[in-house]
Design a protein around this ligand. Sequence first.
Ligand SMILES: [Zn+2]
Ligand SMILES: [Zn+2]
Length: 419
Amino acid sequence: MISIDSKKLSGPCRCGHNHKMFTRLVRIESGCLQRFDEWMNQAGLTGKRAAVYDENTYAAKGLRRPAAQQEIVLPPKNLHANERATGMVLAQLEEDVKVLIAVGSGTIHDTIRYCAKERGIPFISCPTAASVDGFCSTVSAMTWEGFKKTMPGVAPVMVLADTEVIRQAPLHLALSGVGDILGKYTALLDWNIAHLLTDEFICPVIEDMTRQAVVAVHDSCHQVAKHDPEAFERLTYGLLLSGLAMQMMGNSRPASGAEHHISHFIEMEPESLPLHTMALHGEKVGVGTAIAAGVYHKLAEAEDIRPLLHACVPASDAFFSQIFGVRLQPSVSKENQDDCMTGLSPEKVTECWPAIRKLIQELPTQEELEKLFREIGAKSTLEELNLDPSVLPQLLDYSPFVRNRLTLMRVRRMIGSMR
Ligand SMILES: [Zn+2]
Ligand SMILES: [Zn+2]
């Protein structure tokens, strides 16, 4: 059993910021859903409740369904966190509902946190699979009108993670969660690099929480593959801790860097490339992490980066149109309007290069990550995601444009023959 009294994470921090934490309590325990009412009373949450599921979760064996006056069960076919799913929930949701309960995986959570924000009511998170780290997030990771973006949402006031339910979910969901967390290796590296290059804000407490999440999951992932109950508790803890770190930050910076951009780029299925896979978010993130680690270690081989550097040329609408297609171009152009690379000079990159190389040395190598994924039975390469490995160069060049956030992958535009 693990309990996180997240109220304590709210307030003044040694980084100088006043972090806001909406989640008051996180309980990770086998069977905790059986005491749902008790936890609701303890949290002082009263009023009419609506619980939202997809049909598969609703019918899952071993799931103790929280008592709620309204139950909304969504058809799982083509269910994604998008305008269609939120529309279905909001259309059914009774006027006088005071508390929403999300029972399910990431998609249900992202849908519900958006609806809770729309209605101005709190929601309780009951994850049923250890598949993503977004349960405690304040923003909804959605595909809105085809474009992968974060939408306004609210964080759950309470998380009740029943590890016995989570352990019974298909194993590939948990392995996807492992991939999502190991992605923090490159995400944290990118954050530190951005801090060096552009003085972007970084909080040591939030960084440390995210690192703890990586350690917890890295140390237990072999046991997760063996269905070990304690390892599932550690994995769930890692996922929730990473989510709380994002919540403290107010955005996904601690948890999402080049590896997530690779994953999002694949999900967007840009017109110029044959990218279509049924792989899960964390599977794509895991592979993206290994790929990014390979690129970063390769870059770090250059002791002197100066001769390879040139000023960064902003990408044009025509370029975005060509890569993403006319459907996605307006959103991509808008996202990249104030390019985070503006003002970053080759001199600055040269100055920071020794420190960047040092950071990269601490990153696991592509080979180490791929080996680990293979050992636990997770997807480790583009081929295993059912993607053509020949798309790799384009994946590296274009994926940073899905998010206007400084990563070393984006800085590559200034290195060698990169755009
Ligand atoms: Zn802080
Ligand atoms: Zn993720």
